[in-house]
Design a protein around this ligand. Structure first.
Ligand SMILES: NC(=O)c1ccc[n+]([C@@H]2O[C@H](COP(=O)([O-])OP(=O)(O)OC[C@H]3O[C@@H](n4cnc5c(N)ncnc54)[C@H](O)[C@@H]3O)[C@@H](O)[C@H]2O)c1
Length: 254
């Protein structure tokens, strides 16, 4: 039996994870962490992870950047691996995750869907073939409750493109104050926020007389939740500390 602690358990993603885990006899949620410490399901909810005394095999985190420092401290003290899905983390937090992964297994991905991770491979291929002759622009759309922009996924996609480009691109998030032609070596990122859009990402390679668009649409939160649960099973099976991501899970599925 896999014992899971769910950070951000009362949020949108937390509730989907709770439903998915309830349908799996081989795992259960034994504790929830949430600043809104209301018990909504059949597990206790703690505002402060350090108050939790349950035995935990792995943590799944879909909360808020402000929760991640305390969560990481908890995981280090208790030697518990964690799947960190929260986005909008600061450079310092990313460095802290890196450092902690030298001591415990950690998993971090700005997007837990299989499709986005496949899309990253396609983008590397596009960038390496199309190279410097095509301008790269990324357009992402999410629901009106999302806190960070651009999305963590848009940044992941930009990083995948950058890895394969023959130049180091500058990420540009806003052009409204600039009065100049588009410089060649940049990746423009544009965020749409509205309604209940789950997550749309388009990467455009715009060349002379042609545009190649690679697009992913998430139609429900289940794709991220299922990916996180699969990642938790994978991570709980890791005996070595390290920083894991979806590419490790995909490799383990082959
Ligand atoms: N990696 C992915 O695939 C993926 C997919 C979807 C969402 N996300 C990210 O997951 C996070 C949560 O998304 P959501 O849509 O469920 O958000 P949400 O706002 O619906 O839920 C967040 C939950 O965290 C709790 N919380 C906020 N601050 C906290 C704190 N300081 N300590 C403890 N709990 C706190 C809130 O009370 C809430 O219940 C966001 O960062 C989002 O961008 C990642």
């Amino acid at each position: 039996m896999l014992n899971i602690a769910l950070s951000g358990c009362n949020g949108r993603m937390g509730r989907v994870i709770t439903e998915i885990v309830a349908g799996k006899p081989e795992m259960r949620i034994v504790a929830g962490f949430d600043v809104n410490a209301v018990r909504l399901a059949d597990y206790p909810v703690y505002a402060d992870p350090s108050a939790c005394t349950e035995q935990i095999d792995v943590v799944i985190d879909f909360s808020n950047a402000s929760a991640v420092d305390a969560l990481l401290a908890f995981c280090l003290t208790r030697r518990v691996p964690a799947v960190i899905c929260t986005t909008g983390l600061s450079t310092e937090q990313l460095a802290a995750i890196d450092a902690a992964s030298k001591e415990i297994p950690l998993f971090r991905s700005g997007n837990m869907s299989l499709g986005i991770n496949l899309m990253m491979d396609l983008l590397r291929k596009c960038a390496s073939v199309l190279g410097a002759d095509y301008d790269v622009e990324i357009v992402e759309a999410h629901h009106n409750q999302k806190l960070d922009a651009p999305s963590g996924t848009a940044l992941m996609l930009a990083d995948a493109v950058s890895e394969a480009l023959p130049y180091e691109p500058e990420y540009v998030y806003d052009r409204h104050e600039r009065r100049e032609k588009r410089p060649a070596h940049e990746i423009g990122m544009h965020s749409i926020r509205g309604g209940t859009i789950v997550g749309e990402h388009s990467v455009l390679f715009c060349g002379r007389d042609e545009v190649i668009e690679v697009k992913h649409s998430a139609l429900s939160r289940d794709v991220f939740a299922s990916g996180a649960v699969n990642a938790a099973v994978f991570l709980a099976g890791q005996t070595q500390p390290g920083l894991y991501n979806m590419s490790h899970v995909i490799a383990s599925m082959k």
